[in-house]
Design a protein around this ligand. Structure first.
Ligand SMILES: C/C(=C\COP(=O)(O)O)CCC[C@H](C)CCC[C@H](C)CCCC(C)C
Ligand SMILES: Nc1ccn([C@@H]2O[C@H](COP(=O)(O)OP(=O)(O)O)[C@@H](O)[C@H]2O)c(=O)n1
Length: 195
């Protein structure tokens, strides 16, 4: 979902704070809906069924709520001016998603530090995180939206480092992947690119 959302950033006026805020209203509205339904203030069974594993509305207040908040923050803070926003969305949406799909389908060997997760899941996270972050960041590089020019090599190495950091965070036996994965990715991106 966020993987297609980030492509819409290209349609907004670049360099405008109003554009960032307007665009962030989309994930922020979703976040509010997750909160209202999760708290039981608004009944919306279809959302509970599609966005939770347990079928309990309270689950909307953890993973999905964080997911929406993180998208809202990444939009307002980074948008298209820095590679960090698009890279974090790519690693969260495609990397974390691929880890679960590959891990459940092909995962056999378990990670020593995280027995609930597998090497196959982490490998898929690394590959998908790298491929999609490079694709998104290359799009914004091509549109020249970054605050400074970034070479293809710098972008590729940065996406590789961010995908590795996101994969490491995803592999940890912690609740809240939707926070730790983008946080690790953003810190790595800002460290590498410097903006
Ligand atoms: C399930 C979701 C997040 C993953 O949590 P977890 O499994 O890792 O603990 C959220 C999924 C969203 C839902 C299927 C559909 C929401 C539709 C909404 C109109 C669009 C949301 C936009 C997005 C936040 C950018
Ligand atoms: N590195 C990983 C990540 C997930 N997975 C699989 O995907 C399932 C769900 O992963 P998760 O607990 O990270 O779920 P989310 O927090 O991403 O929703 C795990 O129980 C594993 O079966 C894996 O095999 N290897």
């Amino acid at each position: 979902m966020g993987g297609t959302y980030v492509l819409h950033w290209a349609l907004f006026t670049q360099g405008s704070l109003q554009a960032r805020v307007l665009c962030a209203l989309v994930p922020f509205t979703a976040t509010l809906v997750f909160a209202l339904v999760g708290l039981g203030l608004v009944p919306l069974d279809v959302l509970v069924k599609t966005a939770t594993r347990s079928g309990r509305r309270e689950e909307l207040l953890s993973g999905p709520l964080l997911y929406g908040l993180v998208h809202s923050l990444l939009t307002v803070v980074f948008f298209t001016a820095s590679p960090a926003g698009a890279i974090a969305v790519a690693v969260l949406c495609w990397g974390d998603g691929a880890a679960e799909l590959a891990g459940r389908s092909y995962g056999v060997a378990r990670l020593p530090h995280s027995p609930g997760k597998t090497w196959a899941g982490s490998a898929a996270c690394l590959v998908a995180g790298f491929v999609f972050s490079l694709a998104y960041a290359s799009l914004f590089r091509h549109l020249a939206t970054f605050d400074r020019p970034v070479s293809v090599r710098e972008l590729a190495v940065g996406c590789g480092l961010c995908a590795a950091a996101g994969t490491l965070a995803e592999s940890l036996p912690l609740e809240g992947d939707n926070l730790w994965v983008p946080l690790a990715t953003v810190v790595t991106s800002v460290w590498w690119f410097g903006f």
